[in-house]
Design a protein around this ligand. Structure first.
Ligand SMILES: C[S@@+](CC[C@H](N)C(=O)[O-])C[C@H]1O[C@@H](n2cnc3c(N)ncnc32)[C@H](O)[C@@H]1O
Length: 339
């Protein structure tokens, strides 16, 4: 598919794109990635770059995707001038990458929020991740952890640290995992160099980038050695089949993180109905608002900004850092949540 920039400028569309980039700079990137914030402001003020973006389909214009595609093809631009050059010198190549790829950030450190549940649900466990990307969150038992100085698991090349507040039920040991099943519209292969390079390009430049890049490499190496069973397709189509693959004697745990913003509301509702009918435990780690029934039970919605909500079977228990590494538990002890 190749879309050309419109011959006549769509002024409304261009204004909307510029506003989106400004918002991204001010709200999302300001602290996490000052470089991305600077680049986004520059895009918002550059008519030619905005015109390039307006020639892309609506779901393909966002800063995350544009900047990752530029970095995938040309490396990280030092500033707005390099970004401009990279976009305008080879627009067709860039357009092809943007159209072929999607924002599929895969962060193994999100396992720090899953582990407390996994350690307490009766095992052994069959893990099913919906929206698994390259499946790097399907190896929680292959990583080592440190919760406020409390170690969990033997040493691993993927070592995850986590700061906690509240009654987080940190397990004493790693769970036994009998199956790892991923579902994704467009799975990435952790053994494929191009897919790994794309995942690396999705990591925002900033103070956490180096650590995240090393973690991604180490987790992808583990995943490449011991591939998950990956079902390509829509979550509504593939989830029953995934659950059907779980052998008797294992508890099926369906989980997802950073998935629901990509799923239209009506499909989200259908997914919640489906997951509730299946014989599974259900862990969600998503932005506030992603699941209205979870949102309605939050203790203080004002605390939501910039955080994810961790829930079990539709019941919120904690705020978490979107890329892992922090849990602020607000529910009672494990007994109040139920095995
Ligand atoms: C941002 S990534 C999150 C990856 C991983 N869960 C993590 O937390 O590191 C979201 C993933 O969901 C997948 N996805 C989006 N909509 C989907 C759908 N309807 N069915 C299956 N997968 C979907 C995307 O392809 C993408 O790989």
């Amino acid at each position: 598919m190749s879309e050309q920039a419109p011959a006549v400028a769509d002024t409304d569309g261009i204004e909307r794109i510029a506003a989106g980039y400004r918002r991204f700079a001010e709200v999302e990137a300001a602290t996490a990635s000052p470089l991305y914030a600077r680049l986004a402001i520059a895009v918002a003020e550059d008519e030619e770059l905005l015109r390039f973006l307006s020639g892309l389909p609506t779901g393909k214009r966002q800063p995350n995707l544009l900047f990752a595609a530029v970095r995938y093809l040309h490396g990280t631009p030092a500033g707005p001038a390099e970004l401009r050059g990279a976009v305008l010198e080879e627009p067709d190549r860039l357009r092809a990458t943007v159209l072929a790829r999607a924002t599929q950030t895969n962060e193994a450190a999100r396992c720090t929020a899953l582990l407390p549940f996994l350690g307490l649900i009766e095992g052994p466990l069959a893990l099913i991740e919906v929206g698994a990307s390259a499946g790097l969150c399907l190896y929680p038992d292959r990583y080592s952890y440190d919760y406020d100085g409390r170690p969990v698991g033997p040493p691993s090349p993927v070592h995850l640290t986590c700061t906690t507040t509240g009654a987080v039920p940190v397990p004493a040991a790693l769970p036994e995992v009998t199956a790892r099943i991923g579902i994704d519209l467009d799975p990435l292969d952790p053994a494929d160099d191009a897919d790994r390079a794309w995942l690396q390009a999705l990591i925002w430049p900033g103070s956490a980038a180096e650590e995240r890049r090393a973690r991604l490499d180490a987790a992808a190496t583990i995943a490449a050695r011991e591939p998950v069973r990956m079902l390509a397709g829509h979550l509504l189509d593939r989830l029953p089949e995934a659950v059907g693959l779980v052998s008797t004697g294992s508890s099926a745990v369906v989980f997802h993180t950073a998935l629901l913003p990509y799923v239209p509301l009506a499909q989200r509702k259908a997914f919640v109905e489906l997951v509730r009918e299946l014989p599974v435990r259900w862990i969600a780690q998503e932005g506030p608002g992603a699941l209205p029934e979870v949102e309605a039970q939050l203790p203080d919605a004002d605390e939501a900004r910039g955080r994810f909500v961790l829930s079990l079977d539709g019941r919120p228990v904690a705020w978490t850092a979107p890329h892992g590494g922090r849990i602020d538990w607000f529910a009672g002890g494990w007994e109040t949540i139920g095995r």
